[in-house]
Design a protein around this ligand. Structure first.
Ligand code: SDX
Length: 431
């Protein structure tokens, strides 16, 4: 009787074999541990998009793409969206458990008292042209944080790791608001510690010297919910980037800055900005059919932004929550955005079209979020910055988990070499 925990691999051409253990986690598919494969058989595995490859073990987030399930530390995203707050979710992702009242109070105090930036960072923004993309400014400003905290950069010191997590969660909204205000020529605003996390951010974004900002509870609640939904998502491209950079021993600010640049891509976090631009290009529900035709045309690089997902082959559970919230927020804010009609028509047409149905292409987290950001007065170029504020909680939780895992090694994939075979140098005269 063969051992169900072992996968036997035989390479008949070389008659070399390997017995590979099957390892399982709490939930999800078992994995074949291929650590000894090259030694046993002289072969690598090949999986360029990592579609069948687990890069690490993690206890932070679980996704079931077929069932449309998303759990943060075991808690369903739907329950956290209904009952929690972004700061409580950040605590949960970092510490693995929901905080007791005293634990949350201490965490909130720590975050509130690390929101300011070193004063000389204000000059940093002056170096950018006024129309610099805020993601470029954000990545640069976050990377520069390591220039201010020389004494607390030891990746091996748990206290330094915790302090870096607090600083990053606290300062991302301050930096993000500074990027926006610099782009519109407004004076930067200092964080107000008497405000809660999201209100403090909205105040830094929109308060102008000439009049006090009327805080909008609908906007704050909607933004807090969007931050919860974007906080973490397993080993997505930007989180995997943070882990790969972190595996070299790079400091937390450099690792998170790498995650920010990975998130920027339109196939990833940049999709929310791309969705809104695409909805504006489509313009009216009457143009939806031609957009669907273009998305299906293999000779056209056009894709429906906000549709499809590497893991979800069912509705993205976050998209379902955001879709409901979209209608509610626009109604409460009294906003009638024609782009919502275009989005609804696009979703309806795609979900009926065989091309999308066969490929299990459903709306993802980015499809509706831009419409809400727009209703809250967030400019389109800031949409991916919003994603980065939220995802910082997940990124730094993964970075800490990686450094707390004994035996973690530098990530160093191999390749299939397709270049020239060995050849001798050709002198110039003979080329
Ligand atoms: C995020 O990983 C995460 O968890 C990410 C994220 C997170 O929280 O971190 O969930 C956030 O990044 C969400 C995804 C945002 N991106 C977009 O909305 C951009 C549009 N979507 C696609 O580019 C695409 O669907 C991806 C990048 C999301 C997924 O790409 P895959 O898994 O590599 O899929 P694929 O490119 O292999 O596509 C499979 C087929 C192809 O057609 P065939 O070659 O089989 O004929 O589906 C087609 C693709 O052409 N396809 C699309 C499409 N997405 C895939 N066709 C039209 N429009 C699309 N949006």
């Amino acid at each position: 009787m063969s051992d169900p925990k072992i996968v036997k691999l035989l390479d008949e051409s070389s008659n070399r074999s390997s017995e590979l253990p099957l390892i399982s986690g709490t939930l999800g598919p078992a994995c074949i541990d291929i650590g000894t494969l090259y030694k046993d058989t002289g072969h690598f595995t090949y999986d360029p998009g990592y579609g069948s490859t687990a890069s690490t073990k993690s206890a932070i987030t679980y996704i079931d793409g077929d069932q449309g399930v998303l759990l943060y530390r075991g808690y369903p995203i739907e329950q956290l969206a209904t009952n929690s707050s972004f700061l409580e979710v950040a605590y949960l992702l970092l510490n693995g458990e929901l905080p007791k009242p005293a634990e949350f109070a201490a965490f909130e105090h720590d975050v509130s008292h690390h929101t300011m930036l070193h004063e000389s960072l204000k000059n940093f923004f002056q170096g950018f042209h006024h129309d610099a993309h805020p993601m470029a400014m954000l990545a640069a400003a976050v990377a520069s944080l390591s220039a201010f905290y020389h004494d607390d950069l030891s990746v091996d010191d748990p206290a330094d790791r915790k302090l870096a997590a607090i600083r990053l969660i606290a300062k991302m909204p301050t930096i993000a608001a500074a990027c926006y205000r610099y782009s519109v020529g407004w004076p930067l605003r200092y964080p107000r510690n008497n405000l809660e996390y999201v209100d403090r951010f909205l105040h830094m974004m929109f308060e102008v010297p000439s009049e006090p900002l009327q805080m909008n509870p609908v906007a704050a609640k909607a933004l807090d919910l969007l931050f919860i939904l974007h906080a973490d998502h397993e080993q997505n491209a930007s989180t995997s980037t943070v882990r790969l950079v972190g595996s070299t021993g790079a400091n937390p600010y450099a690792s998170i800055a790498a995650g920010i640049t990975a998130l920027w891509g339109p196939a990833h976090g940049g999709a929310n900005e791309a969705v809104l631009k695409q909805l504006e290009e489509i313009g009216t529900p009457d143009n939806v059919e031609s957009a669907i035709l273009r998305a299906k045309d293999k000779n056209d690089s056009f894709r429906l932004m906000g549709f499809g997902h590497r893991v979800y082959k069912n509705f993205d559970p976050r998209a379902k929550i955001i879709r409901e919230m979209c209608h509610k927020v626009l109604a409460e804010l009294g906003v009638n955005d024609p782009l919502l009609d275009v989005a609804m028509k696009l979703e309806e047409a795609a979900l009926k079209d065989d091309y999308f149905v066969e490929r299990k292409l459903y709306p993802n987290v980015d499809f509706y979020s831009g419409i809400i950001y727009k209703a809250l007065g967030i400019p389109t170029e800031m949409f991916t910055v919003m994603f980065a504020i939220a995802r910082t909680a997940g990124w730094i939780a993964h970075w800490i988990e990686q450094h707390e895992t004994p035996g973690s090694r530098i990530g160093r994939p191999r390749q299939i070499y397709t270049g020239s075979d060995v050849r001798d140098y050709m002198p110039t005269a003979r080329r």
